[in-house]
Design a protein around this ligand. Structure first.
Ligand SMILES: [Zn+2]
Length: 222
């Protein structure tokens, strides 16, 4: 952890940003062993009923003074990923993480109002079917030259930067959950910002190296 903290400070100095990040210690005690890190949640496969009893969420404080809830091991892995990227002068911050069903309903309603049904159905999960309910999914935004890039279209145009980010995901146990050209399988258009924690870096590497989706990996290994 010391190394990570040193990296963070270096990165903060490099980027001109000041930030703190960490987890609440009192929330770190529960066992995470009951968490199924390979859980599949998509439009066909709903979140298990007892999921919330089995996960441990912690607060992650970002460099932009925001707090997000993430599953404990995923939060630790995210902080390592963030630090590793910061060493390469790539600054990511959390933009969306754990979401309750109620919150998902709010997002759904907002998108319907602003963008209409077609766009909403393409990009927003029906409440109860969002991977964000698991605590294992994170959406990131970029901080580039001190400017926050969090608009979906703007992020999609940052292809080179996201390619470099995606190349580092697996070593920390993350996968790109909605890759280009897999919409028929995942049910979602490409989302360069949405990462899913699967815990085991070996599994993550296999998925990323072979350009698989979680659906394809699980089917292959069932
Ligand atoms: Zn997402």
């Amino acid at each position: 952890m010391k190394n990570s903290i040193r990296t963070f400070i270096t990165a903060a100095a490099v980027s001109g940003l000041v930030f703190m990040t960490g987890c609440k210690e009192e929330e770190m005690n529960k066992e995470s062993s009951k968490t199924d890190y390979m859980v599949l949640v998509n439009k066909q496969s709903k979140l298990p009923e007892d999921w919330e009893d089995r996960i441990e969420l912690v607060d992650v404080y970002t460099g932009l003074d925001e707090t997000y809830q993430v599953e404990k091991k995923a939060a630790e892995a995210y902080q390592k990923l963030r630090a590793a990227l910061a060493e390469d002068h790539i600054i990511i911050e959390l933009d969306s993480t754990y979401r309750t069903v109620e919150k998902q309903q709010e997002i759904w309603d907002e998108f319907m109002e602003e963008y209409g049904e077609e766009y909403t159905k393409k990009y927003v999960a029906v409440p109860g079917t969002s991977e964000h309910h698991t605590g294992l999914a994170i959406d990131v935004k970029l901080v580039k030259d001190g400017v926050i890039i969090d608009d979906n279209d703007d992020m999609t145009t940052e292809k080179e930067l996201f390619d470099r980010i995606h190349a580092r995901l697996a070593e920390f146990g993350f996968i790109l959950r909605y890759p280009v050209g897999k919409e028929a399988i995942t049910g979602y258009g490409s989302e360069v910002w949405h990462f899913r924690y699967v815990d085991d870096p070996k599994i993550a590497k296999e998925i990323m190296d072979q350009g698989l989706t979680l659906e394809e990996y699980l089917q292959k290994n069932s």
